[in-house]
Design a protein around this ligand. Sequence first.
Ligand SMILES: NC(=O)c1ccc[n+]([C@@H]2O[C@H](COP(=O)([O-])OP(=O)(O)OC[C@H]3O[C@@H](n4cnc5c(N)ncnc54)[C@H](O)[C@@H]3O)[C@@H](O)[C@H]2O)c1
Ligand SMILES: O=C(O)C(=O)C[C@@H](O)[C@H](O)[C@H](O)COP(=O)(O)O
Ligand SMILES: [Zn+2]
Length: 363
Amino acid sequence: MEQLFVNASLSSYPVYIGEGIRSRTGELLLSEAKGADKVFVITDSAVGPLYLEDVVQSFPDHVEIFTFTVESGEASKSFAEYERILTAMLESGLDRKSVVTALGGGVVGDLAGFAAATYMRGIPFVQMPTTLLAHDSSVGGKTGINHPLGKNMIGAFHQPSAVIYDVEMLQTLPDKEWRSGFAEMMKHAYIKDASFLEWLQRHITTIEDVKTSAVSMLKRSIQVKADVVALDERETGVRAHLNFGHTLGHAVENTAGYGKWAHGEAVAAGMLFAMQLSNEEGLSAWDTKKEKEWLLSLGYPLVMTELSADSLLRAMKKDKKTSAGVFTFVLVTEPGETITKQIPDETVHRLLESFIERGRSDD
Ligand SMILES: NC(=O)c1ccc[n+]([C@@H]2O[C@H](COP(=O)([O-])OP(=O)(O)OC[C@H]3O[C@@H](n4cnc5c(N)ncnc54)[C@H](O)[C@@H]3O)[C@@H](O)[C@H]2O)c1
Ligand SMILES: O=C(O)C(=O)C[C@@H](O)[C@H](O)[C@H](O)COP(=O)(O)O
Ligand SMILES: [Zn+2]
């Protein structure tokens, strides 16, 4: 088992990474949350049947375990599920020393983290990521749910006490989820790690390549994320760079209907769009044809012809980086070099129309 650390301003915590370590959940969790005698494990309907029992069995008898299962999928990041969870937490008699544990991907992590952040104004929680994408979502303390009017619009910063990443669980992921998770790795490389990006573009051109190198890549990617969070836990500055590709990405998820596009698929399209935007602004010289070919070789769906530029623009206006009605985009000017820039609506709209049109072709 390996250990990385996240040094956030108010707390620091370990990220344990290893094969089969879900069977050590009890030991690892209790070493961080000393004295916890109630643990509330939240999972989803795809993950629970595969891994929940191993996690429950790992606890000593004196710890009381409660479990709660939500439907698999983005639609569960909702007010309704959040309320059901809070009700179950109250009925279980959780107190301020109890620990919420998120066993699942980013949906379960964000939802469970938000429940923990708000129950009795905040109780400890532990992340147990089960997707590749959750190398990103389990680290950094962003928690929350969606609103029909906007993605991740209700939430809180609440750092976990530990992240327990049993990478053996990745083996049961469908290809779509490997692809989705890899997009956030690309993002970390584009924004902060030019040599990582160079390595990825040379070695990772199929989903099989992603699977083969997943563990080493996720460690490097988590390190990028942890370094950014250590500098700016509450996103007052550099943390916004982690939003590369997300302005359009979140709008696509919301406009298409939550769950139609996987988060990473939408972010991949959003990163390509942002590269075209920075070229258009004269800030970069991306070979966007080459970048697009890389995404297509990995199978990312870049066709969004069912969505209109108008509806995407409206959804993008809800982005948390929008201020006084003006878009602020995260732009990567060259590998590893990232800025934020205000862009006029007309520019965004014009480029969006051509982006939607060009999604059909390979140019
Ligand atoms: N908080 C953050 O910093 C942050 C960062 C990135 C993304 N996110 C959020 O994360 C969410 C996406 O997370 P995700 O991609 O993990 O989605 P997810 O949690 O929906 O998981 C994807 C799918 O894989 C299934 N699954 C999970 N683990 C599995 C396993 N080991 N074997 C088989 N099936 C498994 C799930 O049931 C689901 O159907 C989005 O809501 C996004 O906004 C949050
Ligand atoms: O941790 C961050 O900061 C990120 O922006 C990571 C993103 O990958 C993630 O999707 C996050 O949830 C987006 O945050 P939001 O504040 O734009 O909702
Ligand atoms: Zn993301």
